[in-house]
Ligand binder design. Structure first.
Ligand code: RUB
Length: 332
C-alpha cells in the first residue's frame, strides 16, 4: 500500500519536528486522513477501510507522546468503522470520513478560541508569567490577555535542546508583550518574582498528571516551592483515554545529537547521553488545568475523559485501545 506524497512529507515533518506541538501534530494527521479519503481510488469499503487504517498506523508511528495524534485518528477511524458496521456504501462512508475530519478540525479551532478566552480570565493586569516550551494554547491565552489591555511580562525559558523558547520570545515580542529570556536552569532563580506559570500539554492522564516538554516538572517543582501558581492549558483532545485502564503515556526519547555534537560525543568512550523529550508533572504540583470546557482541578481529569469518551468507558476503552495494537478495532 502506498502513502500519498503529501502524507509522506507531513510524516517526515512531524518526525523531524518541523511540524511540532500537540495541536499542530493532530491537525496535520487528520488533514492527512482527509486527503487520503479524498484521493482514494479503491472500489470497495474493505479496501477503503484498509487504506485509512494503513495511513492511521503510519501516522501513529511518527511521534509517540502527543495524545492528540491518536485521539484525532481515533475520532475519524471510529466513525469510519461504525459506518462500515452499519452497512453503508462506499460513497456514504467516504462522506462520513470527510465530515469526521472537517468536524475534528473545526473542533480544534473552536477549542483554541475557547481556551484563549477562558485562560485569559485567569491572567490579571500586572501579572508576571513564566512559560516553558512553545505551546500554541499558551500563546493564545497570553495574546488574548494582552488584547484585553492587561499588562503582563513573561519569563521564557530557552527549552533545551531544541530551543523552542526562541519561537515563544519572537511571538510574544511581536504581540507587544515584554519578555525576559532565560536558560532553563534559571527558572528557580527567578521563580519568586513570578505570579503564575502557564505551560501546555502533550498528554493529560486520568489521574491529572501532565506530560509536557522535558523540564516542565522541574519548573513545577520550583513553582511549588515558591508557592507560585502552576496552570496547564490543554484542550480535551489531549486527554489520554488509555490511562484510564492504567496504560502509561510513552515518553519519546530523541537522538543524542540534539543534545551534543557527534564529534564531541564520539570522543567520549564511557559516557551515555540521554534525550527524553517530555516529562511527567504529578497532579500535586498543578493548580488548574485550563480546557475549552472550563477550568478544572487536575483531579477532575477522569471526569473529562468520561465525558469525552463515554459515561461507562472501561470496557469501551479497552476496545478503543485494540485499534492501536496489532488487531483490528472491532466495534460492538
Ligand atoms: C511541544 C510541547 C508543547 C505541547 C503543547 O513539544 O511540549 O508544550 O505540545 O503545544 P515539541 P500546543 O516541541 O517536542 O513538539 O499547545 O501547541 O498543542
Amino acid at each position: 500500500m502506498q502513502l500519498l506524497p503529501e502524507v509522506k512529507t507531513a510524516m517526515n515533518g512531524i518526525k523531524s519536528m518541523e511540524i511540532r506541538g500537540a495541536r499542530l501534530i493532530a491537525k496535520t494527521a487528520v488533514e492527512c486522513l482527509r486527503l487520503t479519503a479524498e484521493r482514494s481510488e479503491v472500489k470497495d469499503i474493505e479496501a477503503f477501510v484498509g487504506e485509512m487504517d494503513f495511513v492511521s498506523k503510519s501516522l501513529l508511528s511518527t511521534r509517540p507522546t502527543a495524545v492528540s495524534l491518536p485521539n484525532g485518528i481515533r475520532y475519524v477511524m471510529y466513525r469510519i468503522l461504525q459506518a462500515q458496521k452499519q452497512g453503508l456504501n462506499l460513497e456514504e462512508v467516504k462522506g462520513i470520513t470527510e465530515k469526521a475530519c472537517k468536524d475534528f478540525l473545526e473542533n480544534v479551532e473552536q477549542a483554541s478560541m475557547r481556551i484563549a478566552e477562558i485562560g485569559a480570565r485567569r491572567v490579571s493586569d500586572g501579572d508576571i508569567i513564566l512559560t516553558h516550551c512553545h505551546s500554541t494554547a499558551v500563546m493564545e491565552i497570553l495574546k488574548k490577555a494582552e488584547e484585553q489591555g492587561k499588562r503582563i511580562q513573561v519569563y521564557v525559558t530557552e527549552t533545551r535542546p531544541l530551543m523552542q523558547g526562541r519561537i515563544v520570545a519572537e511571538i510574544l515580542q511581536d504581540a507587544g508583550i515584554p519578555v525576559t529570556f532565560i536558560v532553563d536552569g534559571a527558572a528557580r532563580h527567578f521563580m519568586k518574582k513570578v505570579d503564575k506559570v502557564i505551560v501546555g500539554a502533550d498528554a493529560v492522564a486520568a489521574n491529572g498528571a501532565v506530560v509536557n516538554k522535558i523540564g516542565t516538572s522541574m519548573v513545577a517543582l520550583a513553582a511549588h516551592e515558591a508557592r507560585t501558581l502552576f496552570f496547564v492549558a490543554a484542550e480535551t483532545y489531549k486527554f489520554s483515554p488509555e490511562t484510564i485502564i492504567g496504560e502509561l503515556v510513552k515518553i519519546e526519547e530523541r537522538p543524542l545529537e540534539e543534545v551534543i555534537p557527534l564529534e564531541i560525543v564520539s570522543k567520549w568512550k564511557n559516557v551515555e547521553v540521554r534525550n527524553p523529550s517530555f516529562d511527567v508533572t504529578p497532579p500535586d504540583y498543578i493548580d488548574l488545568i485550563i480546557t475549552e470546557r472550563g477550568i478544572i482541578p487536575p483531579q477532575a481529569a477522569l471526569t473529562i475523559l468520561q465525558q469525552e469518551f463515554g459515561p461507562a468507558p472501561y470496557e469501551e476503552q479497552a476496545r478503543y485501545s485494540t485499534y492501536f495494537g496489532e488487531t483490528v478495532y472491532e466495534p460492538k
